[in-house]
Design a protein around this ligand. Structure first.
Ligand code: MN
Ligand code: MN
Length: 307
């Protein structure tokens, strides 16, 4: 079962201006092959299909727990896309062209069926696919795949970062590089304990320090690259048998934090009357309710008078 907390794992800026080009590119980190949908669904299905949980509890706990953090990651990337589309509809009458920005936007789908929201798809608009999920049932192979997936995700994050200076994208990538680094390290350590191969020596892939990207620095200063959050009130405790020892970065111990991070308020993006979203007028609803109750009372009186 899942609990849900109505907060965002990372605090996102809300710029004045929309940026549909950045919104289209950021889709790659949501629904691309190496995006958050893929990490989420890979680890989730590996945990659902996991056999021999009693015997291999620390590995099951690790995969199931990281899967849950990935849910929070699809949330902040999707929210980032909505933020980047905020204000993309112009204030014009319905017979004008309030959505003309969409003509030039790389991703029309965000404008048309979604009314300025995120697609469960990649930077070219192709939908995310369940074919991206690898869950072989072989624990070493699955962990090796997860290590590869986190490293691929890191490469894609860096490339997206290098396409735009938009602060929403760069905040998401900065935070994502730090948290993705934790996951890559966690899978590397899991493989080390299972096989004796020194996987952490391969990190980071690509071989460039997080510190080269200034947006990672505040998070690393808080030690977020050494923390594995336990995203559950009482479960998944045995992951601490894997997440321990000196961090590969050499600046401190790996620690498990019991419970999710504090989180930040989710920006409340305004309605978009130009896209008919969500087309809810409190005054009109109150009028309708009043009219309904008047008609109801009239019907009641009719019934009474016939008795
Ligand atoms: Mn992630
Ligand atoms: Mn991850």
């Amino acid at each position: 079962m899942y609990l849900r907390i109505d907060k965002l794992q990372v605090e996102l800026p809300v710029p004045e201006e929309p940026d549909p080009k950045a919104a289209a590119v950021l889709q790659e980190l949501l629904g691309g092959r190496f995006g958050e949908m893929s990490t989420l669904m890979n680890y989730t299905y590996q945990s659902f299909n996991f056999r021999g949980r009693k015997k291999l509890r620390p590995y099951y706990d690790l995969i199931a727990n990281i899967a849950t953090e990935e849910l929070a990651h699809i949330e902040y990337v999707a929210t980032g896309i909505s933020i980047l589309l905020n204000g993309a509809a112009k204030k014009e009458p319905p017979s004008g062209t309030p959505l003309a920005t969409g003509l030039e936007a790389p991703n029309k789908y965000q404008f048309l069926p979604l009314g300025l929201g995120s697609v469960v798809g990649n930077s070219m608009g192709a939908f995310w696919s369940g074919e991206y999920v690898f869950a072989s049932g072989n624990l070493v192979l699955d962990l090796l795949h997860n290590f590869f997936l986190e490293c691929g995700a890191r490469l894609l994050k860096i490339r997206v970062y290098q396409m735009t200076e938009n602060p929403v994208v760069r905040t998401i990538v900065g935070y994502g590089l730090v948290r993705g680094g934790v996951h890559a390290t966690a899978y590397a350590k899991a493989l080390e304990t299972l096989t004796g191969v020194e996987m952490t020596k391969l990190l980071p892939i690509p071989r460039i320090d997080n510190s080269k990207f200034p947006e990672t620095i505040p998070y690393e200063k808080q030690g977020l690259h050494r923390i594995l959050y336990r995203f559950s009130p009482n479960d998944y405790k045995e992951l601490a048998q894997i997440w321990r020892g000196m961090a590969p970065t050499g600046d401190g111990e790996l620690t498990v934090v019991d419970g999710p991070p504090e989180g930040f308020p989710i920006p409340d993006l305004p309605e978009i009357p130009e896209t008919y979203a969500p087309e809810f007028d409190p005054e009109e609803l109150a009028n309708r309710a009043r009219k309904f109750s008047e008609e109801f009372e009239k019907a009641q009186r009719n019934i009474q008078s016939k008795k």
